[in-house]
Design a protein around this ligand. Structure first.
Ligand SMILES: *Cc1c(COP(=O)(O)O)cnc(C)c1O
Length: 368
């Protein structure tokens, strides 16, 4: 049996008639940029951000950059980010000229550790970017308390957390601003790159809208009020996302069901994910810990089971950041230890029961 890490082809086949119609409709109108599908998707996605206003953009990395620029963050400023995340959380901070200050994670939930955040605040700190890693929200009340004490902004990186909940409230509406990625492999994925920024602050969102489209208001094409850039969402991607969105809730439930099966089948043999009492995760990834990670990976591969590493190296130990900011080994001991022990198992809505069972058996067999 083969268990791929995800199966986007099967997902497309299940949606094919509606998807092909939606795409054809954009082609028929050649409305490739700025089509009606974009505003429609922004409105439809707002409930996933607790009712915050949504602005589509080109990808999740740009979304973070647009949020930072809208908040006026730039040279001389510091932004606190977690050590365990995808590189895209750090890059925009550096690209706007600020310093990414990398701090350690909580070893149980893998999200940014509030006490590490508190210890890293300096007179230059302007913002904190908690990442809802693997689909579980960070400890937002603790982070917001630190932000309130020091007058900092909080930007949620929701790239892995579409629909995740924190104390019954949706990720994306928990802080000043939030950013999403709709990269094809995310829980809600386009047929290419796409992203979004969300916020309840109309002034910030007006700024994001200007920044994403050359600094001009939608109806005044040659009046460039601020220096912006081109980070628009394609109409085709908005159309694709609009077709998929009604299925997101069901796909998330399927991910939760598979996670529960893994929890039950694997708790005795590996370290399973810990769900915080405040969190309702969406399992973008199902990440276990074990002593012989490479050995387990090889055994799984022999049995046709794909696995992934998210992430093999903490962000501060990436050469480019290490060189730019002088980061050292030992700076974030929990993240450094955990990066050598984690393994991501296949989890996607289209998995069959037989595939789920095969993954469980294959992991269990590796210890026999
Ligand atoms: C995927 C991802 C991003 C970046 O999104 P892109 O759309 O690929 O630019 C940012 N942060 C995290 C945590 C991600 O997983």
């Amino acid at each position: 049996m083969i268990v791929p890490f995800s199966d986007l082809k099967r997902q497309y086949e299940n949606l094919r008639p509606a998807m092909d119609l939606a795409i054809q409709s954009v082609l028929d109108r050649t409305a490739f940029v700025g089509g009606a599908e974009i505003a429609a998707f922004e409105a439809a996605f707002s409930p996933y951000c607790g009712g915050a206003e949504v602005c589509g953009c080109a990808n999740g990395t740009d979304a973070i950059e647009l949020a930072l620029l809208a908040l006026g963050i730039g040279p001389g400023d510091e932004v606190i980010i977690p050590a365990l995340t995808f590189m895209a959380t750090a890059e925009p901070v550096a690209l706007v000229g600020a310093k990414p200050v990398v701090v350690d994670i909580d070893p149980l939930t893998y999200t940014i550790a509030p006490d590490a955040v508190a210890a890293a605040v300096s007179s230059r700190t302007k913002a904190i970017i908690p990442v809802h890693i693997y689909g579980q929200t960070a400890d937002m009340d603790a982070i917001q308390a630190i932000a309130d004490t020091h007058g900092l902004h909080v930007i949620e990186d929701c790239a892995q957390a579409h629909g995740a909940e924190y104390r019954g409230r949706r990720a994306g509406g928990l802080a000043d601003m939030a950013t999403f990625s709709f990269y094809p492999g995310k829980n809600l994925g386009a047929f290419g790159d796409a992203g979004a920024v969300a916020s309840r602050d109309p002034a910030l969102m007006e700024k994001v809208r200007l920044l994403r489209d050359h600094g001009h208001p939608p109806k005044d094409k040659f009046s460039h009020r601020i220096i912006g850039r081109n980070s628009r969402m394609d109409t085709l991607q908005a159309a694709v996302l609009g077709v998929k969105l009604p299925y997101l809730e069901g796909w998330t439930e399927k991910r939760r069901f598979i996670a529960a099966r893994y929890d039950q089948g694997l708790a005795e043999v590996v370290t399973i994910p810990v769900v915080a009492d405040y969190a309702r995760p969406v399992y973008h990834l199902y990440v276990i810990q074990c002593d012989d990670r490479e050995g387990l990976r090889d055994r799984l591969q022999e049995r046709g089971v794909a696995s992934g590493l998210h992430y093999p190296r903490p962000i501060h130990l990436q050469d480019c950041l290490r060189e730019a900011y002088g980061y050292q080994d030992g700076m974030c001991p929990e993240a450094e230890r955990i990066c050598g022990r984690i393994l991501s198992l296949p989890i996607f809505a289209e998995m069959t029961e037989a595939q789920v069972q095969h993954v469980i058996e294959s992991v269990r067999q590796a210890w026999r």
